[in-house]
Design a protein around this ligand. Sequence first.
Ligand code: GDP
Ligand code: MG
Length: 302
Amino acid sequence: MKSGFVAIIGKPNVGKSTLLNAYLGQKVAIVSDKPQTTRVRQLGILTRPDAQVIFVDTPGIHKPLHKLGDWMVESATRAASDADVIVFLADVSDLPSSEDRQIAELIHEQANERPVILALNKMDRLPPEQVKEHTEAYWSLLEGEPTVQWDWMMVSATTGDNRDKLLEMIVARLPEGPQYYPEDQVTDRTEREVVADLVREQVLRFTHQEIPHAVAVVVESWDERRNGTIHIGATIYVERESQKAIIIGKGGTMLKKIGAAARHEIEQLIEGQVFLELWVKVRKDWRVKDNDLRELGYVEKE
Ligand code: GDP
Ligand code: MG
């Protein structure tokens, strides 16, 4: 049996969480078109008869602007330095940016003998006439690193093109090892944490500009009623009164929209009927305070 940790690193928005969910066949990581959606390192565990692949979905590497940002980059760097295989995910529909170069540098520092797979995602959005220029531009990020053992693959996380091939490439590079997790465990996050993120995902979907970054969600209560319905209470924290007003919306319409969409996602996850109650609270400048970060769940797991 082969087993090991596979760190998926890449700048925000390249498709790390989408790829992970596709491999697991269910949503353990939330996805959005807003950068910096993934805030905590999370495991996605794929078990098959011949291998256990433990994916580490990381917050995107970016230039941190506040304590939460610092913490996210640190968390991604640690994941890379602990991994058996590093998957460097990039958006091939675009040319490399300074953030991609920053990641190549991180790989240079952290890879030491770990195999690296450069996965060029979003191939469905790459016009044929740009294939040569874009792929060569990404290769050149790693070509200059003689100590790094790397290979590459073009892929689309959403259409599924080359997704299986990429998985086989990953499995082939895993060491021999035991099954670390029970075969029915797909993530290291608690159900409450995943549910909190499903609520946050809908906030990201319906709001714009500064709101997505200012939001944290905590599940406060969870009871199963006699009729089988699960009552879940969650608080959406924001940094300012003005943001609270936007999330609640005129006559509560926005919060209703968020709640209905989140409930639908949660029901799919737990395969049961859910009654979801949401509150919105202001917690001034939580993103820059260590204590608040810890209380809102931004702590490193063992
Ligand atoms: P992350 O920040 O790297 O985790 O990126 P996400 O997984 O949240 O994806 C960011 C956005 O890119 C979402 O809107 C995805 O639907 C989209 N996306 C991801 N993979 C692909 C792909 O292969 N092709 C296209 N066209 N879009 C993709
Ligand atoms: Mg993500």
